[in-house]
Ligand binder design. Structure first.
Ligand code: BG6
Length: 483
């Protein structure tokens, strides 16, 4: 782990990601005593801001829990701001001076520097080149670099990025964030599966009929339309966030929680996934809400007027191995839907009918957000004189079980803490990305071809494209009203 005299440099410090996620996460860690009060935090960006102007920008997003207000000022006193270019030596030379001055002042023998690149990926290679040249050239130095998706838009662009970065920083020094891996319930998946015999024993094709991983957002592209139009929902959340959830849900048992052991198993299961069938998909794009109050996707001025970009997609993944042969795993994701919710639904096979007139299936639901929960739908006798059964929940809803005083770190807090501790488990390894792009690139190419499918329109605030029910049914999901 890093010690207590670390230079934490956030590139892109005046941007949205830094303001909304990185600095609030750093503050959260500080507030909870997880970040030493002896580190120095430097925000770096091109905008010419004074220290005070910079602090005024980040202050509104720093959230107190039980701590008192003085924590915010204490935290801000560790922060300073520097402006400079990303593609010239000058800024980096100045940055080096700042790091060295701090290290000298505190007699740091082995400098420890963490660079957080809250920047678009087009800037990664340039910034890393200059970092290597100026801030990582001394021997014995400990450096960690955090980068965040998108890691390319297909296999080729991912590999190009990789070719640019890997000569500069080792895999050990690079921390690739997929923030879903920092979410509490996602981190719980391996414990749930491998720490509970009754679940572990049933976690296979003999007992499970179908799985769904669903991502719903109740808002549209919210001013990011221009960017979203170049990527679509599959690259935005499915190839990364949802695929991570998929691998944790389906991988084999790792020998330990060791980062390499976990990531080796993730890669193995991805290798067993059949190429995705571009004909077996449900695609949608949202139009204005029925009451006309919420705009349609194409109403965004920054979006191409004849764009057929998908804001909704559903497709199934099929794994060919002993555990999962024949179990469809549906990924579905959409923006501008009726609610915001991310959950996993695992539906079990039916029990033998015989003694029951009607009996429904068990379904395990793991809700990642909001309000983390794990509940199992089980059949139980209606209490009292009735002999009827009903489906009811064995329910572990976190907000009911754990008090508000219990600190559950936000995804970025958890991940920055992991990076600080030098734990790679919840970061994405290069070969994982390679294999996931191998899986998604031909699929995306087929969908995005000039003669590719057109999305079905669904209104803002609805449940999504009309064909969803049939789509799920065709992949083995049985609705409770069908028994
Ligand atoms: C981001 C996507 O990676 O994840 C966004 O670019 C999406 O479009 C977001 O809204 C979802 O993250 P969360 O943590 O809000 O579920």
């Amino acid at each position: 782990p890093f010690g207590d005299r670390v230079s934490l440099v956030v590139f892109g410090a005046s941007g949205d990601l830094a303001k909304k996620k990185t600095f609030p996460a750093l503050f959260g860690l500080f507030r909870e005593g997880q970040l030493p009060s002896t580190v120095q935090i430097v925000g770096y960006a091109r905008s010419n801001l004074s220290d005070e102007e910079f602090k005024d920008r980040i202050r509104p997003n720093l959230k107190l829990r039980n701590a008192d207000k003085s924590k915010i000022d204490e935290f801000l006193s560790l922060c300073s701001y520097m402006h400079g270019p990303y593609d010239e030596d000058s800024g980096y030379v100045e940055l080096l001076d700042k790091c060295v001055a701090y290290e000298k002042k505190h007699n740091v023998a082995v400098p420890e520097r963490l660079f957080y690149l809250a920047l678009p990926p087009s800037a990664f290679a340039t910034v890393c080149r200059f970092l290597k040249k100026h801030l990582n050239s001394e021997s014995g130095l400990k450096t960690r670099v955090i980068v965040e998706k998108p890691f390319g838009r297909d296999l080729q662009t991912f590999r190009e990025l990789q070719e640019n970065l890997s000569p500069l920083f080792t895999e050990d020094e690079l921390y690739r964030i997929d923030h879903y891996l920092g979410k509490e319930m996602v981190k719980n998946l391996l414990v749930l599966r491998f720490g509970n015999e009754f679940l572990g024993a049933a976690w296979n094709k003999n007992h499970i009929k179908s799985i769904q991983i669903s991502f719903k957002e109740a808002f549209g592209t919210q001013g990011r339309g221009g960017y979203f139009d170049t990527i679509g929902i599959i690259r935005d959340v499915m190839q990364n966030h949802m695929l991570q959830v998929f691998t944790l849900l389906t991988m084999e048992r790792p020998v330990s929680f060791d980062p390499e052991a976990v990531r080796d198993e993730k890669v193995k299961v991805l290798k067993a996934v059949e190429p995705i069938d571009p004909k077996d998909v449900l695609l949608g794009q949202y139009s204005a809400s029925e009451d006309g109050k919420e705009p349609g996707y194409l109403d965004d001025d920054t979006v191409n007027k004849d764009s057929k970009c998908f804001t909704y997609a559903a497709f199934a993944l099929h794994i060919h191995n002993e555990r999962w042969e024949g179990v469809p795993i549906v990924l579905r994701a959409g923006k501008a839907l009726d609610e915001s919710k991310v959950e996993i639904r695992i539906q079990f096979k039916p029990v033998a009918k015989g003694m029951f007139k009607e009996i429904q299936r068990n379904e395990l639901v793991i809700r990642i957000q909001p309000d983390e929960a794990i509940y199992m739908k089980i059949n139980s006798k209606i209490p009292g004189i009735s002999t009827e059964t009903s489906l009811t929940d064995l329910d572990l809803t976190y907000s009911k079980r754990y008090s508000d005083d219990f600190w559950i770190p936000e995804a970025y807090e958890a991940l920055i803490r992991d990076c600080y501790l030098g734990n790679h488990s919840n970061f994405v390894r290069d070969d994982e990305l390679d294999i996931s792009w191998k899986l998604f690139t031909p699929f995306l190419e087929a969908l995005e071809a000039a003669d590719g499918p057109k999305p079905e329109l669904y209104s803002y605030g609805s449940k999504g494209p009309k064909g969803l029910r049939e789509f799920l049914a065709s992949h083995g999901y049985v609705f409770s009203d069908e028994g």
